[in-house]
Design a protein around this ligand. Structure first.
Ligand SMILES: Nc1ncnc2c1ncn2[C@@H]1O[C@H](COP(=O)(O)OP(=O)(O)OP(=O)(O)O)[C@@H](O)[C@H]1O
Length: 633
C-alpha cells in the first residue's frame, strides 16, 4: 500500500522537492490537476500508488497516473503529524484500478479496516528484501538458530545455535532468496516449537536486536498457518507475524533495530509464542547501540500485512487509531456476545436433544440386550437342533447303508429265485409235455362223468349203500391215482320258497371243516360223505375262491388246471362259478387273479390268455361265443 516510513518530520515537504514528485506537483502527467499532490510509489512486484494531498484530493485520471513512469520510487515517504488533507490509494494497475480515498488523519485503510499491523515497538523496522551490510564491529552476538557456525569467508561470524531453551530444529536444502548481506544458509535452518532464548553476560546498556525469519516448511502456504508473537524482555515486539503472508516461502524476512535495554543482570530474554501453529526463527543478532538513544518518542510503528511497509505514526494518529480500534473491538465484542448467546441457546437445544437422544439410546440399548438374549437362546436352540439333525443324518446314513446292503441281498435272492423259477417253469413245461398218464387222466375225467350219473342216483335214491360204497371206493381209487384232483362240496342255503313249503335241511355240517358231510335221514342212520372240503351255507364266494386261487398260480406256472361245477339243477353251480355282479364267483375271480399275477410277472414272463365259452348239454358241445349258427357246434 505504501512504501517506506512516514516519519512525520516534515519530510513530506522534502519529498516534494524530489524530481518525480515535482513532476506530479506540476501536473506534467496527463490528468494531474492538483499542484499539491504527493505520489508515493512502492517498488514491489505488485505496484500500488499512494496519493496524498494536503489541500484536498484532486480528481485524478488514474490511468494516467499509472502510466506515468517519470517518477522514481522514493525511499521513504512522509505523513506530517499535523497533516490535514485528502489521501487516495490505487492498487495493482495490472489487475485493474481500484481506488479509495479519505480525509485528514483517516489514513489509508485496507478494505475499510484502519490498519492491520504487526510491528509494535518504536524504532524497529521490517526488511523484506535483504539487509544491508551489518557492521561486524557492532555485533555482540549472532546465533544461527537450528544450525551450526557460519563463517563463509565474510567478516561476519555467525555462531552455532545456543542460549535457547526448548524447541526443535528445522532444515531445508531449498534455495533462499533475498538474504541480503546475510548468508543464505542462515535461513536454511530454524528453531521451532515452544522455545525461548536467554542471552546473558551482556554489559548493561542499550542494544539492538535483529530477528531473522524464513518460512521453509509450509512452502505452499497457506497464509495464517504459522502466526506468532515475539516478546523481548517481556515486551511484545512483534504481534501476529505471519512470515509466509509477508514474504512468501524460502525468502528472508528481517525485523531489525528492535531496541532493548540490558539491566544489571546482563540478560536479554527473547520469547516466542504461537498464535496459530508453532513459531520459528532462523537467526538472532544482538548489536550494541553506540549512540546515546534519544528519549523514546511515543510513536508507534505499523506494518501493513499486505505490503509489509513499516509506518511510523505519531501519538495523535495512534490515539485516533486506538479509539477506532477500541470502537471496532467493542462492536466486535457486542457481536461476539450476541453470537455467544445464540450459540448458548443452540448448545442448550443441542443438549436437550442430546439428552432425549441418550434416553432413546438407552431404551434401544435395553431392547438390544433383550434381542441379544433372545438371539442367544435361539442360537442355542438352533445349535441343539443342528446336533440332533446331525445325529439323525448319521443314523439315516447308517440305516441307508444297512438297507442298501439288505436290498442288494434281496435282489440277489430275487434273481436267484427268478432263475430257479424259470428253471422250474421250464421243468414244468417239460413235465407237462411228458406226462405219460395224460390219457389216463382223461379217462379219469370221463370216470368222473360216470360218477355224475351215480351221484344223481345217490341223491335220487337217498344214497343207497351200494352206490355210496361204489362212489367212495372209486373216489379213493381216483385220489390215489390223481392226487391233484380235489373235490369240494358246496351246499346252498334253503331258498325262501323251500322254507315256505316247509322243507328242512337233511345235511349235517358238524364235521364240515374236516371235509365230512353228514346226511340225516329220518329212520335211518347218519351217512357221512368225505370231500376235500365242504362249504356250508354260511361260507361265501371269497371262502370258496380262497381254495381255488392256488390253482390259478399253477396255471401260470405251466400246469393245466380244470375247475368245474357239477350238480343237480338248482343246487348253485351258476351261483358258485359266475356269481352275481355284486358278488362275483370263481370264474371272474380266477380271471382277475390270472391277470394280476401275469402283470406282476410281466418283466419275467409274457402270457397269452384266451377264453372260450362252451355249453355241454345232452352230450352236445356248443360254442357260446360263435358268431354264426353253423359254427356253433
Ligand atoms: N350258496 C348260495 N347262497 C345263496 N343262494 C344260492 C346259493 N347257491 C345257489 N343259490 C340260489 O339258488 C338258486 C339256484 O341256483 P343256480 O341257478 O346257481 O343253480 P344251478 O345249479 O346253476 O341250476 P341249473 O342247473 O338249473 O342251471 C339261485 O336263485 C341262486 O341264487
Amino acid at each position: 500500500m505504501c512504501n517506506g516510513r512516514l516519519n512525520g518530520h516534515h519530510q513530506f515537504l522534502k519529498n516534494f522537492e524530489q524530481p518525480h514528485l515535482q513532476n506530479a506537483k506540476r501536473g506534467q502527467g496527463r490528468g494531474f490537476l492538483s499542484a499539491d499532490l504527493q505520489i508515493l510509489h512502492r517498488p514491489t512486484s505488485r505496484p500500488e500508488l499512494f496519493f496524498l494531498s494536503p489541500a484536498g484530493f484532486p480528481e485524478l485520471a488514474m490511468e494516467d497516473a499509472l502510466q506515468s513512469n517519470s517518477f522514481a520510487p522514493p525511499s521513504s515517504a512522509v505523513l506530517d503529524e499535523g497533516f490535514v488533507g485528502s489521501w487516495g490509494r490505487m492498487k495493482d494497475p495490472q489487475e485493474g484500478c481500484s481506488f479509495s480515498s479519505g480525509q485528514g488523519q483517516d489514513l489509508p485503510a485496507n478494505d475499510g479496516d484502519p490498519f492491520e499491523w504487526v510491528l509494535c515497538v518504536p524504532g524497529s523496522k521490517v526488511v523484506t528484501s535483504g539487509l544491508n551490510e551489518i557492521s561486524s564491529r557492532d555485533v555482540v552476538l549472532f546465533v544461527n538458530a537450528g544450525g551450526g557456525v557460519l563463517d563463509e569467508g565474510s567478516s561476519l561470524r555467525i555462531g552455532a545455535d545456543s542460549f535457547f531453551q526448548g524447541g526443535d530444529v528445522l532444515r531445508t536444502d531449498e534455495r533462499i532468496v533475498d538474504a541480503g548481506s546475510c548468508p543464505t544458509t542462515l535461513y536454511q535452518s530454524a528453531r521451532f516449537g515452544n522455545f525461548s532464548y536467554t542471552f546473558d553476560g551482556l554489559a548493561p546498556g542499550r542494544y539492538f536486536v535483529d530477528l531473522h525469519f524464513a518460512e521453509i516448511v509450509y512452502t505452499n502456504g497457506p497464509k495464517g498457518i504459522r502466526v506468532f508473537n515475539v516478546f523481548v524482555q517481556e515486551e511484545k515486539v512483534l504481534s501476529e507475524i505471519d512470515i509466509y503472508a509477508v514474504v512468501g516461502a524460502n525468502k528472508s524476512l528481517q525485523i531489525v533495530d528492535v531496541g532493548v535495554t540490558v539491566s544489571e543482570n546482563g540478560v536479554i530474554c527473547i520469547k516466542f509464542e504461537g498464535v496459530h501453529g508453532s513459531p520459528s526463527v532462523s537467526g538472532i543478532c544482538i548489536r550494541k547501540a553506540h549512540t546515546t538513544l534519544a528519549p523514546l518518542r511515543k510513536e508507534e510503528h505499523l506494518l501493513c500485512k499486505k505490503c509489509t511497509s513499516a509506518i511510523e505514526v505519531s501519538p495523535t494518529q495512534s490515539r485516533v487509531l486506538n479509539t477506532k480500534s477500541t470502537v471496532r473491538y467493542e462492536k466486535k465484542i457486542e457481536e461476539l456476545q450476541t453470537l455467544c448467546k445464540l450459540k448458548t441457546d443452540e448448545c442448550y437445544e443441542a443438549w436437550m436433544s442430546l439428552t432425549d437422544a441418550n434416553e432413546k439410546l438407552e431404551k434401544l440399548g435395553m431392547e438390544l440386550d433383550t434381542k441379544f438374549f433372545q438371539a442367544e437362546t435361539l442360537d442355542q436352540t438352533v445349535r441343539k437342533q443342528t446336533d440332533k439333525l446331525k445325529d439323525v443324518s448319521a443314523k439315516y446314513e447308517k440305516d441307508k447303508k444297512h438297507w442298501a446292503a439288505a436290498l442288494n441281498q434281496l435282489e440277489a435272492k430275487i434273481q436267484a429265485m427268478k432263475k430257479e423259477q424259470a428253471e422250474l417253469s421250464h421243468d414244468a413245461h417239460e413235465c407237462t409235455s411228458s406226462i405219460p398218464q395224460l390219457n389216463e387222466m382223461v379217462i379219469g375225467i370221463q370216470a368222473l362223468g360216470k360218477m355224475k350219473t351215480m351221484l344223481y342216483k345217490c341223491v335220487e335214491y337217498y344214497l343207497s349203500d351200494v352206490y355210496f360204497s361204489l362212489v367212495v371206493s372209486q373216489c379213493e381209487d381216483l385220489k390215489l391215482k390223481y392226487r391233484n384232483i380235489r373235490v369240494f362240496c358246496r351246499c346252498r342255503p334253503l331258498s325262501k320258497e323251500e322254507v315256505a313249503s316247509g322243507y328242512a335241511t337233511v345235511i349235517d355240517f358238524e364235521g364240515a371243516k374236516d371235509g365230512d358231510l353228514g346226511l340225516s335221514v329220518a329212520g335211518s342212520t347218519k351217512r357221512i360223505f368225505r370231500f376235500d372240503r365242504v362249504y356250508a351255507p354260511k361260507d361265501d364266494q371269497v371262502n370258496v375262491f380262497a381254495d381255488a386261487s392256488p390253482l390259478v398260480t399253477s396255471v401260470l406256472d405251466g400246469y393245466n388246471v380244470c375247475i368245474f361245477a357239477y350238480g343237480q339243477t338248482g343246487t348253485g353251480k351258476t351261483f358258485t362259478m359266475e356269481g352275481t355282479e355284486q358278488n362275483r364267483g370263481v370264474n371272474y375271480r380266477t380271471l382277475e387273479e390270472l391277470f394280476k399275477v401275469a402283470k406282476e410277472r410281466c418283466e419275467t414272463f409274457s402270457y397269452n390268455i384266451s377264453v372260450s365259452v362252451l355249453e355241454v348239454y345232452n352230450e352236445q358241445i356248443r360254442d357260446l361265443l360263435a358268431t354264426s349258427p353253423s359254427s356253433k357246434k
